[in-house]
Every structure is written in structure tokens, then in C-alpha cells.
Design a protein around this ligand. Structure first.
Ligand SMILES: Nc1ncnc2c1ncn2[C@@H]1O[C@H](COP(=O)(O)OP(=O)(O)OP(=O)(O)O)[C@@H](O)[C@H]1O
Length: 263
């Protein structure tokens, strides 16, 4: 698929296949085109050229069928600080048409899956950044999606909260067999938690494989004994490191201080 905004070729002939049950990481710096790919898959953006199918459903022709299979945690805050955790998740259960009979139990399950039962009846604005992110995860899980899409799920979190978010994603994936598509610019997290990754740069996919394959490939090409990281692989295929791109993206990113924004 491709996507053009005015003069900007945001997504340039990206051809991707995510296997059922895998955790797939779409990696790249700000502006690489990751969010645009995700938005096309969620049917939020129409696909102007190319084709997106989700479990056999064409996103252009069967948007509703596609949406029913998806859970989506956007980059922007999706929880309401003035509601309790439970109320936030219940709201999503209603929007996603979880039947009235099942609703309370499904909300309970989703909160339990992210370890928020104890805090479920507190206002979300009293939550820490990591708890807010887990709440957003529960919101996306309440409809029991077959494909969970997360756009920068750990941005702005401290290392302990980041690990916790990933461990919860991993546990739910193991329990349900759902497929996970995640965007991130944290190469170390992708290396640790993703089965396969695609490295995206300026709208195009520059490398695709398991983190182990990509690193082994670079080691061979370099023909030396050093252990490359995924960041080295990115630097090799994109000609620059993630941190070199676009100057101020780290500062822009750090503004996603979830805890304070909820308040
Ligand atoms: N609505 C829009 N109008 C115009 N240009 C856009 C729009 N949305 C994205 N772009 C441009 O398309 C390119 C890809 O953006 P995209 O948000 O997909 O990248 P990204 O890799 O997800 O980065 P980020 O992490 O910042 O979201 C960028 O150059 C961006 O400026």
C-alpha cells in the first residue's frame, strides 16, 4: 500500500504480512510512516492505493467486519480522567457492542488482565502513567480482538512501567492467541518482545525479519566479531540512527506524560 499527504509520500509501497498469533513490530523514527500504516489498517484512513486485508476482510469494502476484529490503542490519550478505570472500560465495551449480558464480566476480565482490579473504582486521573497505559490496554481488550494494534505503547513511561506494559501484552497474547501489531522507536524493546520486525524509514520498509536474523545478517556483512544491536541494523539500512532523525522528536515524544495529561 501507499499513502500520500499532499507532497509527502508517507507510506511508499509497503508490502507487509503479519502472521496470526505473532507479535509484529513496526519500527522507525518519527515520520517514518508507522502511524499511517496503522490508521489504514484500522480503516480510519481510506487506502488510496493498494490493499489492506485483515483476516481475509478487505478494509476498503468490509470496514465494519475489519473493525470488529480489532483492538486499537492510539498514540493519543484514549482514557477519560474524570471517569473511573471501570467506567472507562465499560464505555469501550458499549461502543464495541459487547452484549449487555456479558458486559460486566468482560470489563472485569479486561481489568484483571492488566492488573487494575484494585484501582478499578478510582478516577483515572489519579493513576500513574503506566496504569493509564494499562487501562488503555484494557479498553482495547474488552471487545476480545483478534488483532491488537498499539501505537507507541510505552512512550513516556519509566523503564519499570514499560516492562509491565509489555509483560501484560505478552500474557494476554499467550492466553488468547491474539495477533499483536505494535509501533515503536525503542529498538531494545522490539528486540526483546517482538517475534518479527519491519524497519521503516521515510515511508519504506528497509528490513524485515526476526530481530535475531537481522542482527546475524549485519554481523555477517560486517564480517567482524562485534555483536550488533537492532539500532545498528537500523543505522546500517537507513544510513542514520534513530536519534539522528528530525532533531527534536525526543522532546516532542516526552510530552506524552500520560499521568499529567489525564488530569
Ligand atoms: N494528516 C496529515 N497531513 C499531512 N501530512 C501528514 C499527516 N499525517 C502524517 N503526515 C506526514 O506523513 C509522514 C508519516 O507520518 P506518520 O505519522 O505515519 O509517521 P510515524 O512513523 O508514525 O511517526 P510518529 O511516531 O510521529 O507518528 C510524516 O512526514 C508526517 O508529517
Amino acid at each position: 500500500m501507499s499513502y500520500v499527504f499532499g507532497e509527502t509520500r508517507a507510506v511508499d509501497r509497503v508490502d507487509l504480512r503479519v502472521g496470526a498469533g505473532e507479535v509484529f513490530g513496526l519500527l522507525g523514527p518519527n515520520g517514518a510512516g508507522k502511524t499511517t500504516v496503522i490508521r489504514c489498517m484500522t480503516t480510519l484512513l481510506p487506502v488510496p492505493s493498494g490493499k489492506v486485508t485483515v483476516f481475509g476482510h478487505d478494509a476498503a469494502k468490509e470496514a465494519m467486519a475489519v473493525r470488529r476484529l480489532l483492538g486499537y490503542v492510539p498514540q493519543q490519550l484514549s482514557a477519560d480522567g474524570g471517569l473511573t478505570g471501570r467506567e472507562n472500560v465499560t464505555l469501550f465495551a458499549r461502543v464495541f457492542d459487547v452484549s449487555r449480558k456479558e458486559r460486566a464480566a468482560r470489563v472485569q476480565q479486561a481489568l484483571e488482565a492488566v492488573d487494575l482490579l484494585e484501582s478499578a473504582d478510582r478516577l483515572a486521573k489519579t493513576y500513574s502513567g503506566g496504569m493509564v497505559r494499562r487501562l488503555e490496554l484494557a479498553q482495547a481488550l474488552v471487545s476480545a480482538p483478534r488483532l491488537l494494534m498499539l501505537d507507541e505503547p510505552t512512550i513516556g513511561l519509566d523503564p519499570i512501567a514499560r516492562t509491565s506494559v509489555w509483560e501484560h501484552i505478552d500474557a494476554v497474547r499467550r492466553a488468547t492467541g491474539m495477533t499483536v501489531l505494535v509501533t515503536t522507536h525503542y529498538m531494545d524493546e522490539a528486540d526483546q518482545y517482538c517475534d518479527r520486525v519491519a524497519l521503516m524509514h521515510r515511508g519504506r520498509i528497509r528490513a524485515l525479519g526476526t530481530p535475531g536474523e537481522l542482527k546475524a545478517d549485519l554481523r555477517e556483512r560486517r564480517a567482524d566479531d562485534s555483536e550488533p544491536t537492532l539500532e545498528d541494523v537500523f543505522r546500517d539500512v537507513a544510513g542514520s540512527g534513530l536519534g539522528d532523525e528530525g532533531g527534536d522528536f525526543r522532546s516532542v515524544r516526552s510530552t506524552r506524560r500520560t499521568a499529567t495529561r489525564v488530569g
